[in-house]
Write a protein that binds this ligand. Structure first.
Ligand SMILES: [Zn+2]
Length: 614
């Protein structure tokens, strides 16, 4: 065991109460902390090698890895054996989920003697020779009113008062609807609610991308299993779609579709490496990425899995330097069980995550050949760390950033954990990410120099998060972002919904966290980490989580501050209509939720200010 002086030193630091400066806690302390993170990052990056990344990636990508299958299990075994060989503690959980595997599909127009290559999607309904007239409903992008349907799906949890005519759609009852665009869950659900018998998605490119059409998230529960769809949906290539549309241009077309999908209970395994902080209950950073994937899943995401192995080993070797632990999880059930692994972990480790997790770093799809464009997906509190890491790593000053969506194993919004993901994408001129979710996502699509650099970004971010005395989490940016969102929802309501009280409380909170941010320097310790997260948690839960923190939200986005999404209904609807009344009632309740969150955050901020003694 290599733990003595450093760890004892840290234990002493943690006993220093908030409100008095840690030893050396003058102006020099933060830079000492930054030096610690910088030298930790250097040490970690120094032990991550291209050879190591290649070895792990080859061991993983050799298998096809649909979740719950022998290939995924072999890849998990290989990762676990490699970690244990280096003494990294790793646990393997086993749990049941509700998975869905597409098996086969076809699309035929018997009268024209036409048979098109097709696939079906995870969680599609099954059909054998379903025969019905085709109705072309246009492209996903041509149907903005589907967004209104999204809001109603969200508000009504499965029911819908939606009127297809108002949405500008042709009558799809009894038909097979034809839609241009990659398969998505909301359009599928909307077409099912409008009475379509089946859906044919036309891929906008000359390929077929494996996808998922359920709007459940993780294993369905009693609250949301009614969202599972019976409607069969299939996908054809662009040229296949052109053939269908040219037949439709000449007159009515009756088509037949087959879709075979296996959906049911499946046992999955989840490997979790735990690199302890200075004490067994120390706060930790959670790093996660999915182990399963479509076909050989080279860049989505055997490459990222390999980087995770190297990061786990490297941080384990440097564990004496950590102020906080690192937990690394290889999520199963991402692709054919709709984020079942990360959701299971959020469900079963909810209190531990709430009390100890200081950030969730998601890794997905890094290490692609010819990747040129860096960006981040993050909660507002994490953008400044992302920018700083990229500036330190590659000298790039600007970093495009997006806000968390409903994808990529982002299962921890309800727990209230800040999120950061680095993205490294190819240019459109190079054909973009054309092999994504296809059999062409093979080992040769990984560039190990790119992967090594991408792993370096995560190494730097984790080094700051595990070694900086004060967590590099920007509370001010998060509260500012909330203020902008309240303002935006107020504008969307067109003067029909009053959010002025919420704006006033947000301004009071902002003033308080600005004061806090200025007085954090020179303090440290797990109690400070927890107190900072406690200020942010209520804010995350309203900004990123529409229903409640304990039940996963539907797997689609209605934008940030999602509970207030129905303000658009007020702006466009006749105030005397039933729909207006239902939307307004929803919004009054959601405003109560927002006001309570602001009050809780303010209370926590005042408590922290009191403990800092300034
Ligand atoms: Zn992925």
């Amino acid at each position: 065991m290599r733990r003595h002086v450093t760890r004892l030193g840290m234990a002493m630091l943690m006993l220093v109460p908030l409100g008095s400066c840690a030893p050396g806690g003058d102006a020099a302390a933060p830079s000492a902390g930054e030096d610690a993170a910088a030298s930790l990052a250097e040490a970690v990056m120094g032990s991550i090698t291209v050879e190591g990344l290649e070895r792990h990636a080859r061991a993983i990508v050799q298998y096809e890895r649909p979740s719950g299958g022998p290939g995924e299990n072999a890849a998990i075994d290989s990762i676990v054996a490699s970690l244990r060989a280096d003494g990294v503690p790793v646990e393997v959980h086993t749990f049941d989920t509700y998975a869905s595997d597409p098996v086969s599909a076809s699309v035929r127009v018997p009268a024209a003697g036409l048979t098109l290559p097709a696939i079906t999607m995870a969680y599609s309904g099954s059909a054998s020779s379903l025969r019905a007239p085709l109705v072309d409903v246009g492209g996903l992008a041509d149907l903005p009113d589907l967004e209104v349907g999204t809001g109603e799906l969200l508000a009504l949890e499965g029911g819908s008062a939606m009127d297809g005519e108002r949405a500008g759609l042709p009558d799809v009852r009894g038909s097979i609807a034809v839609v241009e665009g990659q398969p998505r869950n909301v359009p599928t659900a909307v077409l099912a609610l409008l009475g379509a018998e089946g859906v044919i998605f036309i891929n906008p490119e000359e390929r077929l991308n494996d996808l998922i059409v359920t709007s459940t998230w993780g294993t369905p529960s009693l609250r949301n299993y009614s969202r599972l769809l019976d409607i069969p949906s299939v996908q054809v290539t662009k040229s296949g779609g052109d053939q269908l549309r040219s037949l439709l241009a000449a007159g009515p077309v009756t088509a037949e579709i087959d879709a075979e999908v296996w959906t049911g209970r499946k046992t999955l395994r989840l490997a979790v490496a735990r690199i302890e902080g200075p004490t067994p209950d120390a706060p930790y950073v959670l790093l996660g990425g999915h182990i399963d994937g479509w076909y050989h899943a080279g860049t989505d995401e055997g490459a990222s899995n390999a980087a995770m192995v190297e990061l786990a080993k490297a941080f384990h070797a440097e564990r004496e330097r950590l102020r906080r632990g690192l937990v690394v999880a290889w999520w199963p059930g991402h692709s054919n069980a709709r984020y079942a692994g990360s959701t299971w972990f959020a469900d079963h480790y909810f209190e531990e995550l709430r009390d100890r997790a200081v950030a969730y770093l998601n890794i997905d799809g890094v290490g692609q050949i010819d990747a040129v464009r860096l960006s981040s997906t993050a909660t507002a509190s994490m953008h400044s760390l992302a920018r700083r890491v990229v500036r330190e790593a590659v000298g790039q000053e600007e970093l495009p950033g997006s806000t968390p969506g409903r994808n990529s194993d982002q299962s921890f919004n309800g727990v209230g954990v800040p999120l950061l993901q680095f993205n490294h994408a190819r240019s459109a001129e190079d054909g973009g990410y054309w092999w994504w979710h296809t059999p062409d996502d093979t080992y040769d699509k990984i560039d190990f120099d790119v992967l090594s650099a991408d792993a370096g970004l995560y190494a730097r971010a984790i080094a700051h998060l595990t070694a900086d005395p004060v967590l590099p989490i920007d509370m001010v940016a998060e509260v500012e972002a909330l203020g902008a969102l309240i303002e935006r929802r107020s504008q969307q309501a067109g003067g029909r919904f009053d959010l002025s009280e919420a704006s006033g409380r947000q301004r009071a909170l902002l003033e308080r966290v600005r004061g806090l941010a200025a007085s954090l320097s020179g303090h440290d310790g797990p109690d400070l980490d927890r107190a900072m997260l406690a200020v942010l948690r209520p804010i995350y839960r309203v900004m990123y989580d529409p229903i409640d923190p304990f039940h996963p939200d539907p797997g689609f986005s209605v934008g940030l501050l999602p509970g207030l999404a129905p303000v658009t209904i007020l702006a466009e609807e006749d105030p005397s209509s039933d729909r207006y009344l239902f939307a307004e009632t929803t919004l009054v309740r959601e405003r109560n939720r927002l006001l309570e969150a602001l009050d809780l955050a303010l209370l926590e901020a005042e408590r922290l200010q009191g403990r800092l003694g300034s």
